[in-house]
Design a protein around this ligand. Structure first.
Ligand SMILES: NC(=O)c1ccc[n+]([C@@H]2O[C@H](COP(=O)([O-])OP(=O)(O)OC[C@H]3O[C@@H](n4cnc5c(N)ncnc54)[C@H](OP(=O)(O)O)[C@@H]3O)[C@@H](O)[C@H]2O)c1
Length: 235
């Protein structure tokens, strides 16, 4: 059996877990990565046996960990076809005043949202070049417009630049690079002031990811913006 292999960071819940479910259903062998093993082990047990689903502990902001996971995947299954750099986090910020999280809490978000996907790309691309594979990033609708005082939005602008720069470097390798930009998704981490806004389900974003990665090898879906009906233009 040599089914394609799909690595998902931030797979323990939300968009990552929903994508894992769809990927398994679409015939991929799946690697579920999150910071603690127990958070992905239970989902792995639901989705399939160890020959189909591999749960791994990995902090994407640690080079030794993300590069070690890619080595483990290649040792175990001998290939990597899709890498989904999805792990991320969010805190509310303000630059003018005292609203939101204190600045010492900003670092983890910037590292998870920008440094993490950059390391994930660096760690996975040699294997993706070998397979003619696909690198997918989770950006955000917040990475396309101005959100006053919002550092999270700025990190997702950075992911937009990361995807474009990596796609440019990958010309001629056969690797495809997709940026998926969701609007608000009902994953439990929504700030109280947006509790009543329209929301996507995690599965709505997962379907966008699977759409991109199941196109013919000659088709590179560069970007997908998917927002809930009724979401305000600047939300
Ligand atoms: N929810 C939304 O409205 C929305 C909208 C647009 C974009 N997004 C983006 O979508 C992605 C997934 O978000 P979500 O809403 O599904 O979030 P979530 O439910 O909070 O899940 C976040 C995932 O990332 C993992 N994670 C966080 N920091 C990590 C790190 N340093 N290393 C490895 N894993 C880490 C978490 O696992 P552990 O805590 O177990 O490590 C978890 O699996 C993020 O990039 C987020 O910015 C979300």
């Amino acid at each position: 059996m040599n089914d394609p292999v799909f690595l998902i960071t931030g797979a323990s819940r939300g968009i990552g877990a929903a994508t894992a479910r769809l990927a398994v259903g679409s015939g991929y062998r799946v690697v579920l990565a999150a910071r603690t093993h127990h958070s992905v082990a239970e989902l792995a047990a639901q989705l399939g046996g160890p020959d189909r689903v591999l749960p791994v502990a990995c902090d994407v902001t640690e080079w030794d960990q993300i590069s070690g996971i890619v080595r483990q995947v290649q040792d175990t299954w001998g290939r990597l076809d899709v890498a989904f750099a999805n792990a991320g986090s969010s805190v509310v910020t303000s630059f003018l005043g005292a609203d939101g999280a204190p600045p010492d809490q900003w670092r983890d978000m910037v590292l998870a949202n920008v440094y993490g996907p950059a390391l994930t790309a660096r760690a996975t691309l040699p294997a993706l070049v070998a397979s003619g594979g696909h690198l997918v990033f989770t950006g955000s609708a917040a990475g396309r417009g101005v959100r006053p005082g919002n550092l999270y939005s700025a990190t997702k602008w950075a992911v937009n630049g990361l995807a474009q720069n990596i796609r440019a470097e990958c010309v001629g390798t056969g690797v495809r690079v997709t940026l998926v930009q969701p609007g608000l998704v009902d994953t439990g981490g929504i700030p109280p002031e947006r509790a009543h806004d329209p929301k996507l389900e995690p599965g709505d974003v997962a379907r966008a990811v699977l759409y991109a990665v199941t196109q013919p090898a000659t088709v590179d879906v560069n970007e997908i913006l998917v927002r809930p009906v009724g979401q305000g233009a600047y939300r």
